[in-house]
Design a protein around this ligand. Structure first.
Ligand code: GDP
Ligand code: IMO
Ligand code: MG
Length: 428
């Protein structure tokens, strides 16, 4: 089972970091394939909690080689802050490999992200402000800077000059900001490049060789299905492909090497930033879920919008990612509810939708059609066998499985490594 993809099945923050950590010791490589430091993945080990943004969660497993693939946008300043932070806590980051063809987030990408959001006013996306969208826009516009460009001063200067020619006009004339200095930017990027050089590698070659030798590679997604630039709630999405296909383009590994696709879903749903969210709760139950689940962003600290489990979203995630397994997290958070509503379909202007309306105008007005399941009150955080769960809890899980159309292989019952119920192995 050498190629395993792990992605978010909802709007992010499903617990991908914990799920990756769960199998981190059983795999040889953990590769990030999309996004950048907009991600915030939490791994809790004993009393230590690690918030990872750019580094793959596999960095915590001493036996796995962490890889940043070509599909990632790398802010080298943030990368070194993260490496320094982890090294000071005794986590060895020397094994890290960064793709030579990954795109670089330059300081001006962060500036443009922030000023364009401010300029958009009510039409803003609610981005993380990390420069992700502007860096990917440059990639697609073919004016981006790749990691390998940082090692060639003349090439870098030429590219920065070319990229800033238009941006400086925009910054000054449209956004009323100071122009970005080319020389200063080049000097900063060269210095960061010097530090980045030992980590730079042809990661596509490394991963393909590893897979050919029968080693196991875990492809860890940032963000999630509903934030996908193609398959998510466009335009309220991120600027990459967090769906499983992104694992191939984002690392240079072919789809024939992928044997398994794991989707991580919360037992309810959260969303950060703007955009439609049919099961969102605006009443005291939304607050209840936020407080019980500690739903505050790892990257920006923003309170997460909360709502009941949405089976339409999950079915859609099973479809567009080709999921083989679901990791259902935060089931413990629902403990204590008398009744648990779960969304089985949408009502769009009087018409029932069992499948995701791809027309965003329809999705925007979709009203959830709920089914209600009885809750449970027993603490489930110490349970390790599915059969030992309270009967109503088991029934809730089985119903989610049935509605999603994919088996639930692991259940999260708390933030710790051992807060887990393993029904099927994720690596065999
Ligand atoms: P990610 O972005 O998908 O990696 O998820 P985040 O780390 O942003 O958010 C998930 C949060 O839920 C983190 O604080 C985790 O420690 C926590 N968490 C993960 N799984 C569980 C679980 O099964 N139960 C509880 N109570 N917390 C969990
Ligand atoms: P993880 O990996 C939740 C959201 C932002 C915003 C939109 C676009 O921790 O699940 P961007 O900065 O990417 O241009 O913002 O995407 N977003 C996330 N929401 N979890 C994340 O990552 C996210 N990364 C981006 O809030 O709505
Ligand atoms: Mg997160």
């Amino acid at each position: 089972m050498p190629g395993i993809v792990l992605i978010g099945a909802q709007w992010g923050d499903e617990g991908k970091g914990k799920a990756t950590d769960l199998i981190g010791t059983k795999v040889d490589y953990v590769a990030r394939f999309n996004g950048g430091n907009n991600a915030g993945h939490t791994v809790v080990v004993g009393n230590e909690s690690y918030a990872l943004h750019l580094l793959p969660s596999g960095i915590i497993s001493p036996t796995a080689t962490p890889v940043i693939g070509n599909g990632v946008v790398v802010d080298p300043e943030v990368l070194f802050e993260e490496i320094d932070g982890l090294q000071s806590r005794g986590i060895d980051c020397s094994r890290l490999l960064v793709s030579e063809s990954a795109q670089v987030i330059a300081p001006y990408h962060r500036t443009i992200d922030k000023v364009s959001e401010r300029f958009a006013g009510k039409k803003k996306i609610g981005t993380t402000g990390r420069g992700i969208g502007p860096a990917y826009a440059d990639k697609i516009n073919r004016v981006g800077i790749r990691v390998s460009d940082l090692f060639h001063e003349e090439v870098l200067r030429d590219k920065v000059e070319n990229s800033l020619r238009q941006k400086n006009q925009m910054l000054v004339k449209l956004y009323n900001r100071r122009a970005v200095d080319v020389d200063r930017t080049v000097d900063e990027l060269l210095a960061l490049g010097e530090r980045l050089r030992p980590y730079a590698a042809n990661t596509s070659l490394v991963l393909n060789k590893a897979l050919d030798e029968g080693k196991t590679v875990l492809f860890e997604g940032g963000q999630a299905t509903m934030l996908d630039i193609d398959h998510g709630t466009y335009p309220f999405v991120t600027s990459s492909n967090p769906t499983s296909g992104g694992a191939c383009t984002g690392t240079g590994v072919g789809p024939t090497k992928i044997n398994r696709v794991i989707g991580v879903s919360k037992a309810y749903v959260t969303r950060v930033g703007e955009g439609p969210f049919p099961t969102e709760l605006f009443d005291e139950w939304g607050t209840w879920l936020r407080e019980q689940g500690h739903e505050y962003g790892v990257t920006t600290g923003r309170p997460r919008r909360c709502g009941w489990f949405d089976a339409v979203v999950n079915r859609y995630a099973v479809q567009v990612n080709g999921l083989t397994d679901i990791v259902l997290t935060k089931l413990d958070v629902l403990t204590g509810l008398e009744q648990i509503p779960l969304c089985v379909a949408y009502d769009v202007d009087g018409e029932r939708y069992d499948d995701m309306p791809v027309d965003q105008t329809a999705f925007d007005i979709a009203k959830p059609i709920y089914e209600t399941m009885p809750g449970w009150t027993e603490d489930i955080s110490q349970i390790h066998d599915f059969d030992d769960l309270p009967a109503n809890c088991k029934a809730y899980v089985r119903r989610l499985e049935e509605l999603s159309g994919c088996r639930i292989s692991v259940i999260g019952t708390g933030p710790q490594r051992d807060h887990i119920i393993q029904i099927h192995s994720l690596v065999d």
